[in-house]
Write a protein that binds this ligand. Structure first.
Ligand SMILES: Nc1ncnc2c1ncn2[C@@H]1O[C@H](COP(=O)(O)OP(=O)(O)OP(=O)(O)O)[C@@H](O)[C@H]1O
Length: 252
């Protein structure tokens, strides 16, 4: 279980998050919605230790995540995708996915630098794991292609593969369908549902595409100006007057 409690983040005079709390049960998908600037990305950054809150706690599987160094988060089975894609343009698709898998590698950096026995075996293992994911996400045909120059919809799948290579239990998706066409959104939703089921993932999804969020998530949390204004099942959130007002600027 992921438990977020009383998270407050200030940037100078701006309160980006103001006492936000919610829980994510294992195996469920939670959507994080809210207008631009509501604090969604800042919250993701707290969960992955890119940002240290001024107050509040984050616990995952009983462990205090805020006590961890940022690089230790992946080792706890937490992975994320990035709004603007976290890929290396000149590396091939396979290499990009292997970068994700490397955070789970068993041999240390020193052993790798010295090319000690075991490193080559480890590389082969990570490559095999990357290839399995590429197959699963229909990316095998572009495995040796550099990321640059590939269609945006394909890069979104590579980004997902890179995050899955960490071997996560908790997967954080930051605007996964932003910039995709209508048909691509439906395909991506089917893909996320399938990998979630197959890999027994817990999901937290930030997304402006309401159809995607409402179709995928068991629960939705709505932020506005850094505060939680609503939390509940998708059908309840869609009718919530505070949510409608936050998006439209008028009461329902
Ligand atoms: N590093 C930073 N320094 C200063 N202010 C920041 C920083 N990061 C975020 N903010 C501010 O914090 C608030 C919340 O921003 P955040 O990016 O978390 O919102 P968001 O809900 O993800 O928005 P969007 O939907 O546009 O991505 C905004 O007012 C933003 O300008």
């Amino acid at each position: 279980m992921l438990t977020v409690d009383g998270i407050t983040v200030r940037f100078g005079g701006i309160t980006a998050l103001d006492g936000v709390g919610f829980t994510v049960e294992p195996g469920t998908a939670v959507g994080l919605i809210g207008p631009n600037g509501a604090g969604k990305t800042t919250l993701f950054n707290c969960l992955t230790r890119r940002c240290t809150p001024d107050a509040g706690t984050v616990r995952f599987a009983g462990e205090d995540l805020l006590a961890l160094a940022p690089h230790a988060v992946a080792g706890r089975g937490i992975a994320r995708t990035f709004q603007n894609l976290g890929l290396f343009p000149r590396l091939t698709v396979r290499e990009n996915v292997m970068v994700g898998a490397h955070s789970q590698g068993r041999t240390g950096h020193l052993a790798a630098a010295l090319r000690l026995p075991g490193v080559r075996r480890e590389d082969a293992r990570l490559r095999h794991r990357a290839d399995e994911l590429l197959q699963r996400l229909d990316l095998a045909d572009v495995a040796d292609h550099p990321a640059t120059g590939l269609p945006f919809g394909t890069l979104k799948r590579v980004e997902l593969a890179r995050a899955l290579a960490v071997g996560p239990r908790l997967l954080l998706l930051d605007e996964p369908v932003n910039g995709l066409s209508h048909g691509e959104v439906d395909q991506f939703a089917d893909l996320v549902r399938a990998v979630r089921r197959d890999l027994d993932l817990t999901l937290v999804v930030v997304e402006h595409h309401m159809g995607f969020v409402m179709g995928l998530c068991d629960k939705v949390v709505c932020l506005d100006f850094g505060r939680k204004i609503a939390e509940g099942p998708p059908e309840q959130i869609q009718r919530d007057p505070a949510v409608i007002e936050a998006y439209l600027g008028v009461a329902a």
